[in-house]
Each structure stands twice: as C-alpha cells, then as structure tokens.
Ligand binder design. Structure first.
Ligand SMILES: CC(C)(COP(=O)(O)OP(=O)(O)OC[C@H]1O[C@@H](n2cnc3c(N)ncnc32)[C@H](O)[C@@H]1OP(=O)(O)O)[C@@H](O)C(=O)NCCC(=O)NCCS
Length: 161
C-alpha cells in the first residue's frame, strides 16, 4: 500500500525539489511564494507522499477584497486524482481557523471541470460575484506572460468546521 498524503508548510529546504517541477528555471514560483510566506500572513503549503511532493497551494491572509483567499492550487499532473488537492485545501482551511477567520474565499474559472467538483465536495458555494483576474506565468521557453480570465468567486463558512 502507498504511503498516506501529508501536508505541511513549505520549508526552505523544499525549494530545490519544487523548482525542479516548474515549467522553466526562470519561473521561481515556489521561491516567490516562500518569500511572501516569510513576510507573514501568507501560508504556502506542500502536499507529500513520503519524500515526493504532489502539489502546492496558498492561503493569502493579507488585507484585500477576498480575505483570506485560497489561491495557486496546483497538483502535478502525474499526482492527480489521489486526494492531494482536497488535502491541501483542508490543511489551509485549518490554518485560516487558526488565524481566527470564519470564512474562506477563492476564485475559479467557471469552466474548470476538475476544480469546481472538488470545491463543491468541500462545501464551497458560488457567491454570484465574478472578478477579472490577470494571471502572470512563465512559459516553457522562460518568457513571462500574462493571461486575463473572468473567475467566479466561491466562499465557504468555517463556522461548522
Ligand atoms: C484541480 C486540481 C487541483 C485537482 O487536484 P487533484 O489532486 O487531482 O484533486 P483530488 O484528487 O483532491 O480530487 C478531489 C475531487 O475533485 C474532483 N475532481 C478532481 N479532478 C477531476 C477531474 N479531472 N474531473 C472531474 N472531477 C475531478 C473529484 O470530485 C475528486 O474526487 P474523487 O477523486 O473522489 O472523485 C488539479 O486537477 C490541478 O492542479 N489542475 C490544474 C490547476 C487548477 O485548475 N487549479 C485550480 C485553480 S482554482
């Protein structure tokens, strides 16, 4: 039987392993999330099976229109459908409770056929609001690009958690 999935906050020693799984050495996604975590009010979680990272996600508790916000959920393609996204989301919800928040928000592309059933299964509901978000990313050639997307806002109450 395979080892269980565990989730914990990212540590500096994890960064080389996470960087290896990024589309290009210039992406620096994990390093950037880790540096925001070091500044506070920002939690960068990593899911593991043994020594193998499965994916990452963020709880951003910094002041903003959606506070706190779950963001940047990414499970590596070869690790999908094993429960890593659910485990990451539950871990970060616990962190939100520890920070004394009573609700959590997130943004999701209304056409995301994998993420939406996952969030619904965890009791998230659409608020009816939409937001245009500009996502920055680095493509496989190392080029920095932006993409604009209209996302639906979802919310979960943590009062019964
Ligand atoms: C969406 C994503 C995070 C799901 O990660 P995952 O680890 O595979 O999800 P889980 O294994 O925890 O799945 C939980 C539930 O979500 C739903 N789900 C996950 N992937 C699905 C898919 N491809 N199609 C339909 N439902 C899906 C299922 O209900 C699943 O439960 P089940 O396996 O018991 O049926 C992953 O596909 C991913 O990283 N996608 C690209 C990035 C992305 O879309 N991020 C979300 C941005 S808001």
């Amino acid at each position: 039987m395979s080892e269980p999935i565990t989730v914990r906050l990212c540590e500096v020693g994890d960064l080389p392993q996470l960087a290896q799984r990024e589309p290009h050495p210039a992406a620096n996604y994990a390093a950037n999330h880790f540096s925001r975590q070091q500044k506070g009010n920002y939690f960068f979680a990593v899911a593991w099976r043994g020594d193998e990272p499965l994916g990452t996600s963020v709880l951003d508790c910094r002041p903003g229109k959606l506070q706190p916000e779950l963001k940047s959920l990414w499970v590596y393609p070869n690790a999908r459908r094993q429960g890593a996204a659910r485990a990451l989301t539950r871990f970060l919800e616990s962190e939100a409770l520890r920070q004394e928040f009573t609700e959590v928000f997130l943004r999701v592309d209304p056409a995301n056929e994998a993420a939406i059933p996952m969030y619904i299964s965890l009791d998230y509901t659409p608020t009816g609001d939409h937001r245009t978000t500009t996502y920055e990313y680095v493509d496989e050639t190392g080029q920095r690009r932006t993409r604009e997307q209209i996302d639906a806002v979802y919310r979960k109450s943590l009062r019964l958690a």
